[in-house]
Design a protein around this ligand. Sequence first.
Ligand code: NDP
Ligand code: 2IT
Length: 453
Amino acid sequence: MTTTRPDTKTALARLLTEIEHRNPAQPEFHQAAREVLETLAPVLAARPEYAEPGLVERLVEPERQVVFRVPWPDDRGRVHVNRGFRVEFNSALGPYKGGLRFHPSVNLGVIKFLGFEQIFKNALTGLGIGGGKGGSDFDPRGRSDAEVMRFCQSFMTELYRHIGEHTDVPAGDIGVGGREIGYLFGQYRRITNRWEAGVLTGKGAGWGGSLIRPEATGYGNVLFAAAMLRERGEDLEGQTTVVSGSGNVAIYTIEKLIALGANPVTCSDSSGYVVDEKGIDVDLLKQVKEVERGRVDTYAERRGASARFVPGGRVWEVPADVALPSATQNELDAQDAAALVRNGVKAVSEGANMPATPDAVHLLQQAGVAFGPGKAANAGGVAVSALEMAQNHARTSWPAARVEDELAAIMTSIHTTCHETATRYGTPGDYVTGANIAGFERVADAMLAQGVI
Ligand code: NDP
Ligand code: 2IT
């Protein structure tokens, strides 16, 4: 166990105050930076080279931030103006890598929180990818395919000059799936006159995409939850699980839970949740959400007597052994965590990025619940993105079984790394500390080796 010199803690606290001061009105970024910095004191004390002036200060400052105008005409010819973002946070380990989010709540602070998380997540995969994130406050809901296409084309008309297979490789996130990646890739190809498959990941399997990329985040999170349970002598089989969200991550989380013999009983969207006593029918959910682009209340209507839709409610009030938040940031607060603990939850694993508030994380950990932070638990998506880049570079494509085996090996390795690092720094079982320190060590070593840039 390492003791922390008081001056390290004081220096980190001072830096946090400075971050808040220099980045006003970015509460999500402050939250993400605080969560990481608060766990770094022991490693800075144990490894004096990391306490070098400027290292942590450089880590919290993006290498580059691009903000741009995205004008697009709707189907009636009316022009809308959205704002586009790409935050290229850290490229010490490889090209900037991270998704694009299209959602009305997007602003620079949200993209910076996501980009900051991505640095450590990508480091934990063990692969050669830096951290970045982008997106827009565009709301795809209710928009026709033609409108989404025009938006994507306008967005890429600026973004193309900042990205490239060796520079920055975007992918999907909330509101950006296979359809949007297709339109974005088409416009990039048209502008640059290059077939540069490795410039975007999450492409269709027929034109440079990797098999298992759509499934990877959800599958990976279930494997991470299973590893945490195994560490405690339990497994997923027969466990009742609650999942929030009903998008890409939630759907493939539910699919993998069923495959491993668990019983997922919920899904949700921003209008409420569904609880299904017989367990979620994942084929029906895919039909409603992926094919029809519908809402979860339609799932409940079609499913019949076993399912009901609870308008406005949160899934955390449903009793469960395991909870997998898979919608968005700060969707699980202290009150929700208390309800989960009251109902005997054993593990919470974050499919979404930062879905649990700091108070909720604290409460769960105090109650002895195994807690998997997003930067470790949901790293399967970006890991398979990096495998997609490898396949693109080699101009080949791997069978699904190979990608799935590699995903499983990466998730096991991330779990082991987090677990061992937490133990090494005197906080056994604390995956938050383990993930932050292990991710930090890898990035910090690369930054130190590459000099002050
Ligand atoms: P999708 O757009 O496919 O689905 C998002 C889901 O979350 C929808 O059910 C949506 O409901 C719900 N949701 C989004 N915003 C809100 C909000 N403000 N309040 C309530 N519900 C909300 O996105 P993904 O499944 O891809 O992403 C889900 C989470 O997983 C995000 O945190 C993302 O950053 C993270 N993630 C995604 C990865 C990926 O590969 N896609 C990889 C790693 C993490 P509604 O339709 O009503 O808005
Ligand atoms: O949050 C994430 O890790 C993602 N949205 C996936 C990023 C990627 O590049 O695949």
